[in-house]
Design a binder for this molecule. Structure first.
Ligand code: ACO
Length: 331
């Protein structure tokens, strides 16, 4: 059987750092409140005029360099984001244009914090059936344009940052190496727990002035519910993924969880009895970059020498929808 593996990983974070102290100048909050509840110290914001596909382009260039490939080698693009350049067409088409790859197919995935793992599963399947040989999977977000920097929006605004990560997926020469399995789940009964309502196609017209005046233009979150479900579903799907591969927790060299909240990941590690240092974290520096967070973390973990050839690693995510997922890789 052909197996798919990750041929290269890249990331891009905008240069502008925004600390908790910077946010304190915009609304009532404190560095202590944010750090205690989320672990976040600072995040990056893209400048005016920079769109999601611009960040994705930089991350893609980094991943291509890492893989020793050129843009022309790519034969399919999967773009995961909840902050697309425009509602349509998909940001994948914008990225494809910027990469100069007319004719290459593009697929946008709208699965929020689990978007990268859902996309990776699709790339894995395409490669395994022999349909494509070099699939770009990119997760990118520009959150900073769609946050309410007011006391009403502060619970959400402190959490998110901008950034992009990318991987290139292709066939593995060694059948024991590569993506071993993906486990994708969702529960739409919780669709309202974390959402952005401004686009409502049941309304005629779908956006009205009062929607903007009443704040429906900003994301809404029931934070405690998200926290509770994330800390239940992530350990659960980790166990499902391990069982599917007959692996035990201590055979995993590194867990790379979505970076939503340091407390969520610490809670999951404790629930599983895994040492905290085996759960990679960089949320302190970037906040929650949603679809970008796992490939950004993977890229940093590799650079730090935390993953060696032959290691088993486990990627895990939870987010709006609710959706959640896990992927096991033998590096
Ligand atoms: N600064 C200061 N005070 C704040 C802030 C802020 N940024 N935000 C809310 N508060 C206040 C509230 O108004 C409330 O005040 P009150 O007691 O006077 O009413 C108080 O702090 C406590 O608010 P809670 O909402 O109860 O705070 P909680 O302890 O639940 O923490 C948090 C909020 C951090 C959002 C938490 O619920 C959480 O992390 N949930 C998970 C959310 C998450 O990770 N979302 C990411 C997106 S989804 C994903 O990627 C998985």
């Amino acid at each position: 059987m052909i197996r798919a593996r990750i041929l290269g990983v890249g990331r891009y974070l905008p240069e502008r750092r925004v600390t908790n102290f910077d946010l304190m100048r915009m609304f009532d909050t404190s560095d202590e409140w944010i750090q205690q509840r989320t672990g976040i110290v600072e995040r990056r914001y893209a400048d005016e005029g920079v769109s999601c596909s611009d960040l994705a382009l930089e991350a893609t260039r980094d991943a291509l360099k890492n893989a020793g490939l050129r843009a022309q080698d790519l034969d399919f693009i999967i773009f995961a984001t909840l902050s697309p350049d425009h509602h349509f067409p998909g940001s994948g088409c914008n990225l494809q244009r910027k990469l100069g790859l007319p004719e290459v197919g593009c697929l946008d995935v709208r699965n929020q914090c689990s978007g990268f793992l859902y996309s990776l599963a699709v790339a894995d399947a395409f490669v395994r059936i022999g349909m494509y040989r070099r699939v770009l999977v990119v997760g990118a977000e520009v959150h900073s344009s769609a946050l309410s920097f007011t006391n009403q929006g502060r619970d959400v605004a402190v959490l998110f940052g901008d950034g992009a990560g990318a991987v290139i997926v292709g066939p593995s020469e060694d059948p024991a190496q590569g993506i071993l399995s993906s486990h994708l789940h969702a529960d739409g009964r919780f669709a309202e727990a974390l959402r952005l309502d401004i686009w409502d196609i049941s309304k005629k017209p779908y956006i009205r002035h009062e929607d903007i005046d009443e704040g429906r233009v900003w994301p809404q979150m029931r934070g405690k519910e998200v926290f509770r479900m994330a800390t239940t579903k992530m350990p659960e799907v980790i166990q499902i993924a391990l069982n599917a591969n007959r692996l035990t927790l201590d055979q995993i060299a590194l867990f790379i969880p979505h970076q939503a909240n340091l407390r969520i990941n610490q809670f999951c590690a404790a629930r599983l009895g895994v040492p905290e240092e085996k759960f990679f974290s960089n949320i302190q520096r970037y906040g929650n970059t949603t679809a970008g967070s796992i490939p950004i973390a993977l890229s940093e973990a590799l650079e730090q020498g935390l993953i060696r050839e032959g290691d088993h690693i486990l990627l895990v995510a939870f987010g709006a929808g609710f959706t959640w997922a896990a992927t096991v890789i033998r590096w």
